[in-house]
Each structure stands twice: as structure tokens, then as C-alpha cells.
Design a protein. Structure first.
Length: 302
């Protein structure tokens, strides 16, 4: 807490609610307003506070009531889908230093993190963090940001292209969200969406592995890029990729994770939850061992 009563307490989904990142959510539970629910395109503590203010806060007698009752649900046809829900308390994320000890609240539990390990993770995170190719955006979600970036001449959208690896015709992979003229393989995610950031790290890892090892995948990637060149009337992107028989030089390409995030209320900084940094380091190390440079770009949501 700081003097203006702002806090870096925020919300993040610790596991996948549904694979579709564009789904909307609603807030349910004791003391929250009944009837027709407002739907939100992201998980944000500011929206949760709004729902608390709209309801009857006196019904929330203690933390036990909140922990047992409040939840988020995927909204379908104006109703909350009970099969895709998550206890709200497990989405609280906070990091605090108390009496020289570091504690992290994640997935409904408090973890004490050793200072040495905390520094190790933070140093790895700082090494990956680079100036973002898009510093700030007014786009409200990932889909809107993709539409915005499709207008950039130096980028070609590979969003929702599906490339099948060798021997797995129906196991289609998305090579990246954007390929840049400087050979960046850009993977994007709204950091406040209904899926955790670990989904993004894994996407980058799997596509990098296929790019290096699978000639069928590389051929499909190049073919998909040629189709996108025709769709967007752009040139010069497919030529950046090897054909199926030629292996790429990983050092010539950079795997970029672009994450949309709102700044924290207290610090005003854009950052990631601690355990998202832990998962990022693990994925980045595996990608780096293949020879790819890896970068994290934080895109501030207005």
C-alpha cells in the first residue's frame, strides 16, 4: 500500500478457462448485483471493484464469504457458463516484502520466495525485456491490436494461419501472430485475457521447435506467408523464410513475446506477475538453446 491507497494487487487467471482468448467474462457471487450481468473483455481488478460498488457490499461479511462465493464465468448468450468458471480469490495476484521476506499471492495461496531465487527470476526477466515495437496502444484487446498492426508495412499478419507439422495433419500450429521484415517471429497476447500467459510462452516454444526441426512445417509456414502477402498486398516476407528442405539459422530470427498490460496502480509500471516470469524464463531458456534470441515486449494499454 502507498499513501494514496493505490495497490499493485491485480487479477490474473492462473489456468486456462477456455482456449478462445476473445471470450467475455462476468462476475458472480454474494453481494454482487443480481440480474443482467455486465460483460468484460478482460480480467481487471478495476472492473471487479466496479461490480462491488454496484452491488450490496454489506452482504460480504468477511473474506471467507468472498473466497467461497465470488467467481468469474465465461459469458455465453448473456448468461454465465458454470462449466467455465474460476473462483475469484484464486485470480488475485500480489507481491509484498514483509520483514525482509518476499511473499507472492498466486492461485489462492501465499508463497514465500527466497531472495536469491527472486533475484534470479527478476534478473532473467530484465534480460529478456526490450523496448517494445509498439510502446502503447488504445486497442482494448488482442483482436483490436492485431487489426491495428495489420496496417504496419513492416509486419505481415500470420494470425489464425494454421500449419500442420509432419505426420500430424490435424494438429495445426499458428507459426506466429506477425512476421516482421527484420525476421521477428512475434507472438501476441492480451495479458488480461481469459487464458494465462503460459499459453503464450508455450506457443512460442512449440512453433520455434517446429521451425527448426520440421521441413513440412517450414514449407507450410512459407506457403501460408505467400497467401498472406496476396491478401494484404505486401511483398518480401515469404523470401525471409527457408523452403522446406533448407534449415533456418535460428540466430537470424528473434522470437518476440508481445504482451498487452495495463500499468499497476501504485507503481505506474507495466509488468508481469511473478510466476508468469518464472514460466517465461523456462520457455525462453529452451528457445535460446535452439539458437534463437528471445525478447519480451510489454505494450501498455491505455
Amino acid at each position: 500500500m502507498v499513501d494514496d491507497n493505490s495497490s499493485d494487487l491485480h487479477l490474473a487467471v492462473p489456468d486456462i478457462l477456455a482456449p478462445d482468448a476473445s471470450l467475455e467474462i462476468g462476475y458472480f457471487g454474494t453481494g454482487l448485483s443480481p440480474g443482467q450481468k455486465t460483460t468484460y473483455g478482460e480480467l481487471a481488478i478495476e472492473d471487479y471493484v466496479t461490480e462491488l460498488q454496484k452491488g450490496d457490499f454489506d452482504q460480504i461479511t468477511d473474506m471467507t464469504t468472498l473466497k467461497s462465493s465470488h467467481e468469474i464465468r465465461i459469458m455465453l448468450d448473456g448468461e454465465g457458463d458454470r462449466s467455465h468458471k474460476r473462483k475469484l480469490y484464486t485470480c488475485f495476484v500480489h507481491e509484498v516484502e514483509l520483514r525482509n521476506e518476499i511473499y507472492v499471492l498466486f492461485d489462492g495461496q501465499w508463497f514465500r520466495v527466497s531472495p536469491d531465487y527472486h533475484k534470479e527470476i527478476e534478473d532473467a526477466y530484465a534480460a529478456l525485456l526490450k523496448p517494445a515495437f509498439r510502446v502503447m496502444t488504445a486497442a482494448p484487446n488482442e483482436r483490436a491490436l492485431i487489426a491495428e498492426l495489420e496496417q504496419v508495412p513492416e509486419l505481415i499478419s500470420m494470425d489464425q494461419t494454421k500449419v500442420s507439422p509432419k505426420g500430424a495433419t490435424n494438429a495445426s500450429l499458428e507459426p506466429c501472430d506477425f512476421l516482421s521484415k527484420t525476421k521477428q517471429l512475434i507472438h501476441l497476447k492480451d495479458g488480461h485475457s481469459s487464458a494465462p500467459l503460459s499459453h503464450l510462452w508455450n506457443q512460442g516454444l512449440v512453433s520455434a521447435e517446429a521451425f527448426v526441426s520440421d521441413e513440412v512445417y517450414r514449407k507450410g509456414f512459407r506457403t501460408a506467408t505467400q497467401k498472406r502477402e496476396r491478401k494484404f498486398s505486401k511483398q518480401g516476407f515469404a523470401a525471409l523464410l527457408p523452403d522446406g528442405r533448407t534449415k533456418p539459422v535460428p540466430g537470424d530470427y528473434t522470437v518476440v513475446f508481445g504482451v498487452m498490460r495495463r500499468p499497476y496502480a501504485a507503481s505506474g509500471r507495466v509488468g508481469l506477475p511473478f510466476f508468469s516470469k518464472v514460466a517465461l524464463r523456462a520457455a525462453a531458456e529452451r528457445i535460446s538453446r535452439m539458437g534463437f534470441p528471445v525478447e519480451l515486449h510489454l505494450i501498455q494499454k491505455q
